[in-house]
Design a protein around this ligand. Structure first.
Ligand SMILES: NC(=O)c1ccc[n+]([C@@H]2O[C@H](COP(=O)([O-])OP(=O)(O)OC[C@H]3O[C@@H](n4cnc5c(N)ncnc54)[C@H](OP(=O)(O)O)[C@@H]3O)[C@@H](O)[C@H]2O)c1
Length: 339
């Protein structure tokens, strides 16, 4: 084991789209552990849009301080342990941050994300995507929050991304008609050919309002929203009676927190007796076992594909995070630190 720990620190509060200029890479000695702690060698980092919000303001966790390590979920191997529940050789996931070596005492990061053992037979990329927060968010949002049912017309924004791609596939499994909204022809082709959605709308090259009217003539029963802003507003104008909207995220506003766009069509919720509900996956971790059980069954049956997008090297973590905001990722964006 090397005695050096490379670590990304937050250099400044970002303005606009996040990028390498917002971080500093430092090298420190590998930390030592005390009684009740274990040392993880990080092998994979998860890139999540919420990390952009952690860099700027307090949310369900406090903002990262300037000069402090960038927070983030990751997976790796226990290489030293003085903790009764974590042994050397265990493969674990948790919020171990943007660094090569992390010390944990086993407590949940921010009171939210506990370190967990990755079961034998599950690889780390899958544990960070389909069987991790990504898959759980898709499952909870669509099944528990939006209460999808067979015959529903389901529209998904950010449909070719990590959460969105899983939502599209669960909705198909549940017997819904699925329309995905994504940026660019490559993503829309992927939605049609690989995820078998019924229709795809390229929001960068078409009139979303007109396309929704055309492809959802009887209205939208469920909207799973990853994006917010203008797309949310366009969908609101097309909801059916009794529509359920699950507000998962609002990435269109994360880089422009001072200039978010207004939503004009909320009154249609009243006219259509619809509901719009925000949710945080961390409030639903009691559903993880059931959700991951179903996701694992569907994956084994070939009904669900796990889409992952890999950038190599801890040194490229800031550029990998940026890809979420430029739309370069397809499926779950991961950073591979080492095999
Ligand atoms: N509520 C929760 O507990 C919870 C948990 C996890 C994630 N989330 C939220 O779920 C959403 C998706 O997260 P993810 O991890 O699956 O990320 P992701 O969808 O894999 O990546 C982000 C995608 O967002 C799209 N995007 C970026 N800027 C956009 C803009 N201005 N307008 C429209 N689309 C834009 C891009 O796709 P295009 O190329 O199609 O533009 C990009 O690929 C995020 O809002 C995230 O914060 C919420």
């Amino acid at each position: 084991m090397t005695n050096k720990n490379r670590k990304w620190l937050l250099a400044k509060r970002p303005t606009g789209v996040v990028g390498p200029e917002d971080f500093d890479l430092t090298v420190e000695p590998v930390p030592s552990i005390a009684e009740g702690e274990f040392l993880v060698r990080n092998r994979w980092l998860s890139c999540d849009p919420a990390q952009r919000t952690y860099m700027e303001f307090d949310s369900y966790i406090p903002a990262v301080e300037i000069g402090e390590m960038m927070v983030g979920a990751s997976a790796g191997e226990v290489v030293e342990s003085r903790h009764p529940d974590f042994q050397v050789g265990d493969v674990v996931s948790g919020a171990f941050g943007w660094q090569e070596y992390a010390v944990s005492d086993g407590s949940p990061f921010g009171g939210l994300i506990p370190p967990v053992q990755i079961p034998a037979g599950v690889d780390a990329p899958t544990a960070l995507s389909l069987f991790g927060i990504t898959g759980l968010t898709a499952y909870i949002g669509l099944i528990d929050v939006a209460q999808v049912k067979a015959g529903d017309t389901v529209v998904v924004s950010g449909a070719a991304g990590a959460v969105g791609s899983v939502v599209c596939q669960i909705a198909k499994i549940k017997g819904a008609r699925v329309v995905g909204i994504a940026g660019g022809p490559r993503k829309c082709d992927m939605l049609r050919t690989e995820l078998n959605v019924d229709d795809a709308i390229d929001y960068k090259n078409s009139d979303v309002d007109a396309r929704l009217g055309e492809t959802c003539p009887d209205g939208i029963d469920v909207f799973f929203d990853n994006v917010g802003g203008e797309i949310l507003d366009a969908v609101l104008a097309h909801i059916a009676v009794g529509a359920r909207i699950a507000l998962c995220g609002s990435i269109s506003g994360y880089s422009e927190s001072q200039g978010r766009v207004p939503v004009y069509n909320a009154f249609n919720l009243t006219l259509q007796r619809g509901t719009m509900r925000g949710f945080l996956v961390f409030d639903h971790l009691d559903r993880a076992e059931a959700a991951i059980g179903d996701l694992a069954t569907w994956a084994a049956e070939g009904k669900i594909k796990n889409q992952i997008d890999i950038v190599e090297g801890l040194e490229n973590a800031p550029s990998a995070l940026r890809r979420l905001f430029t739309g370069d990722n397809i499926g779950k964006q991961l950073v591979k630190i080492t095999d």
